[in-house]
Write a protein that binds this ligand. Structure first.
Ligand SMILES: CSCC[C@H](NC=O)C(=O)O
Ligand SMILES: [Zn+2]
Ligand SMILES: [Zn+2]
Length: 404
């Protein structure tokens, strides 16, 4: 690797410089950037807004037989906010910093999650076009907003549109986790996000008195029960051997207390108090049973319960009788990439696509890398990005050439 910056790296860095962090992501600027990429590469493009000011950018490389189901490559363009004071390099400058051994680190919010993946798709498509090969199936890249806040006004509504239906996707690739050692992983399912708020009402009064039947008194047994359950799940998690803990983290349900609110003044007993939990129910637990346990807990303790969303469970079966899945495995195996199946600990847009019956895998062809999504100093190694482009070049061409 030389110090001279490759155009593919410059384009990646330009994508990273667009400030698509919540709560005010620059979606229109980002859409313009992507449309310009499409023009430069020679792709068809269409920008749709299922929700106003939340553009979904659809890029298309037509195949030789558009009657066949297409291959869809998905990327969310939004990124999570930063705590800039904790960053060594400015989070939206996309600085390219030498490692000292010929490689570079590229620092930016979104470097891993997930602008690297969107950039690798586009660079792989450039390679495919440059090689002169014609793909059989239509190939689409879908750049979507709002994944980091649940995709409600992003992919969740997009999959209900005519534009999505017209894509006629047979297989979807979306974000995956980087490999922390020399292995790679792919995601075929996710834990179900089950965020819940318990709210209690009770007697109020002067903070100097022994007030009975307070909101907090009602809430405490609920908190204790949920935290006890958390402890059990944590034990289950810690009993996994260290080597596979990350790979298996989606197999265990996680619970975190993420909010406590109520109270107006220190000497007034609050009349209302609430607690929020972020719970991710593993496919290895019974989702309905788990939710009923939470409801029961609320009922017993006379507190209100509200689920912040009603997410279902979506799984893509790793079934080699599906031609795309078989090709995914074979294509990667041919280039000595043998990703390990994994349940994603968090939620991705792939879950919305799966609800439409489209098989979806999450895959990021970068390994030997610490996972830095949502953390300070998020970065990627340039060498990893370049190698990932090569892997995608093979994989995407093979997927789009899957025989009928
Ligand atoms: C639950 S909707 C938000 C989706 C988010 N995805 C990535 O971090 C997550 O928290 O998993
Ligand atoms: Zn992401
Ligand atoms: Zn994220």
């Amino acid at each position: 690797m030389t110090g001279i910056e490759l155009p593919s790296v410059t384009r990646f860095r330009n994508f990273l410089k667009i400030r698509t962090e919540h709560p005010n992501p620059a979606y229109h600027e980002c859409a313009e950037f992507l449309v310009n990429q499409a023009k430069d590469i020679g792709l068809e493009y269409n920008v749709v807004e299922p929700v106003k000011d939340k553009p979904v950018v659809i890029l298309k490389l037509p195949g030789t037989d558009s009657s066949l189901k297409s291959v869809m490559l998905s990327c969310h363009v939004d990124v999570v906010p930063v705590f800039e004071e904790f960053w060594t390099y400015p989070p939206f400058a996309a600085e390219r910093v030498p490692t000292g051994d010929g490689d570079f680190r590229i620092y930016a919010r979104g470097a891993q999650d997930m602008k690297i993946t969107g950039s690798m798709y586009l660079e792989a498509i450039r390679n495919i076009i440059a090689s002169g090969q014609k793909l059989k199936r239509d190939l689409y890249c879908v750049f979507a907003p709002d994944e980091e806040i649940g995709g409600i006004e992003g992919v969740k509504v997009f999959v209900e549109t005519e534009e999505f239906r017209k894509i006629n996707a047979g297989f979807d690739l979306d974000e995956g986790l980087l490999g922390i050692d020399d292995r790679y992983v792919f995601i075929y399912a996710e834990r179900t996000t089950t965020q819940v708020i318990f709210t209690a009402h009770g007697n109020t009064g002067h903070g100097s008195q022994f007030i009975e039947g307070t909101a907090i008194e009602k809430l405490l047994p609920v908190i204790n029960s949920v935290m006890e359950r958390r402890e059990q799940n944590k034990q289950q998690f810690m009993s996994l051997d260290a080597d596979t803990r990350l790979l298996k983290s989606g197999d265990v349900t996680s619970i975190n207390l993420t909010g406590l609110s109520g109270g107006k003044q220190a000497n007034v007993v609050p009349a209302t108090y609430s607690v929020t939990f972020d719970i991710r129910v593993s496919p290895s637990d019974d989702l309905d049973k788990f939710k009923n346990w939470l409801r029961e807990l609320a009922l017993t303790n006379q507190v209100e319960i509200e689920f912040l969303s009603n997410e279902c469970r979506t799984i893509t079966n790793i079934d080699r009788s599906d031609k795309f899945i078989d090709t995914f495995m074979n294509s990667l195996q041919r280039i000595n990439v043998n990703p390990i199946p994994m349940i994603c600990p968090g939620a991705t847009d792939a879950r919305h696509v799966r609800t439409k019956g489209v098989p979806a895998f999450g895959f990021c062809p970068v390994n030997n890398h610490p996972i830095l999504a949502h953390v300070h100093d998020e970065h990627v190694f340039e060498s990893g990005y370049l190698k990932g482009i090569d892997i995608y070049t093979t994989l995407i061409a093979d997927l789009a050439n899957v025989e009928e």
